[in-house]
Design a protein around this ligand. Structure first.
Ligand SMILES: Cc1cc2nc3c(=O)[nH]c(=O)nc-3n(C[C@H](O)[C@H](O)[C@H](O)COP(=O)(O)OP(=O)(O)OC[C@H]3O[C@@H](n4cnc5c(N)ncnc54)[C@H](O)[C@@H]3O)c2cc1C
Length: 356
């Protein structure tokens, strides 16, 4: 039997792409290994349209965020579980910070208006701050429980007999004129969704990945009531329910290992100490320390598209810090490119870096 698509890598990118293709009636087989680290296992899953110190609106936000909401809600129906949570994100504006001026400017810009609402902050008990601190809310965001979504998705793929749990070495791939062969499977297309591991893929090693390590802590903070994600200073705190929170994240280009480090934990806890009242900080308990490598790219845009010499080989990756927001919409866009010959958006087309 000939399949439409073989997918290498079933992290967030490969899994969302597989759901998209299956929903369009395409036949898919996935290969994924547990022996390589997955960024998706470390990720917080925050979906945030307005980010950073400069309050940048995510590229294509007006399309991406409604699409992601609809995609994950439909998937919750298919998988009969809950893993997508819509909520606003609160950002406190520290006294004298440039964020104040930036927010004032953005709040008058019609492109930002649907996303931002200013006001004053009433910090919950146990969080430092006072009711006179200016703050703003970011709307149309939330978070995705990525581990839960992947667990349920992989269960479905296993039930369908389309998930192979093993690592592919690239020299096993046999390319013929209009098909690809791998481990006894034959398909019209093979798509690499290997996350940061794509930097070592001999077919796509000309793409300028700039992988960025990140670390997070899962904590219990007894008594803290927080209804939405809170950005205060350089770090954020995401409520997970039942008194549990996720604190993140560090960002470093100089450590290629996916192992959690003592320095990472110290940096995170140093910032948490500035966020919480001393009695709350003294009572925290760390339940998990996570680390992973974000598949970040030189120009901060994904790498999607066809290999310049092997038209049956493709890449779908480079989602950096925004896999949860970007991958559903771009999976649909890539499907339309592969099967309906729609042009790819030039800013994500991997051919922008093609050698020669
Ligand atoms: C600390 C941290 C915090 C983050 N927070 C957020 C956040 O809040 N919101 C957000 O949207 N994003 C966040 N991200 C980014 C997010 O993790 C990524 O954008 C996304 O998970 C990338 O998914 P991926 O499928 O491309 O890569 P991965 O999740 O790394 O998956 C790649 C998969 O491919 C498999 N694989 C690779 N090569 C092979 C091979 N040869 N054979 C078989 N299998 C192979 C690997 O085993 C892995 O399972 C964060 C990342 C980190 C590290």
């Amino acid at each position: 039997m000939k399949f439409d698509v073989l997918i290498i890598g079933a992290g967030l990118a490969g899994t969302n792409l597989a759901h998209t293709l299956l929903a369009k009636g395409k036949s898919v087989v996935l290969f994924d290994t547990c022996s390589l680290p997955k960024a998706s296992d470390a990720a917080a899953g925050i979906i945030n349209p307005i980010t950073g110190k400069r309050l940048v609106k995510t590229w294509l936000a007006d399309s991406l965020f409604p699409y992601a909401a609809q995609f994950y809600q439909a998937l919750e129906g298919t998988l009969n579980d809950t893993f997508y949570h819509q909520h606003s994100i609160l950002r406190a504006i520290p006294k004298g910070s440039a964020l104040s001026e930036r927010f004032a400017k953005r709040a008058k810009d019609p492109a930002f208006m649907p996303y931002l609402r200013g006001g004053h902050w009433f910090p919950p008990a146990l969080v430092q701050g006072n009711p006179h601190t200016p703050a703003f809310e970011i709307h149309h965001g939330g978070h995705l429980n990525i581990s839960r979504m992947l667990k349920q998705s992989h269960e479905l793929f296993r039930t369908k007999g389309i998930l192979n749990q093993s690592e592919i070495t690239h020299d096993e791939i046999e390319i013929k004129s209009n098909e690809v062969h791998l481990r006894g499977y034959c398909a019209s297309h093979l798509i690499f969704c290997e996350g940061a591991h794509s930097a070592k893929n001999p077919f796509f090693d000309w793409l300028p990945f700039e992988p960025a390590k990140g670390e997070l802590l899962d904590l219990s903070i007894p008594g803290l009531a927080l209804a939405q994600a809170l950005y205060q200073g350089p770090k954020w705190l995401l409520p997970l329910g039942d008194g549990l929170f996720r604190l993140g994240a560090t960002y470093a280009h100089d450590d290629a290992s996916s192992a959690p480090t003592a320095q990472g934990a110290t940096a995170l806890l140093g910032d948490l100490a500035k966020m919480l009242m001393p009695e709350a900080f003294a009572a925290i308990e760390i339940t998990k320390h996570r680390a992973g490598i974000r598949p970040t790219t030189q120009d901060r845009q994904p790498f999607i598209g066809r290999h310049p010499d092997y038209p049956n080989l493709h890449i779908f990756g480079g989602f950096g810090s925004k896999g949860a927001s970007l991958s559903p919409f771009l999976a649909a866009h890539f499907y339309a490119h592969l099967f309906a010959k729609e042009p790819l958006l030039p800013s994500i087309d991997c051919s922008r870096y093609a050698p020669g």
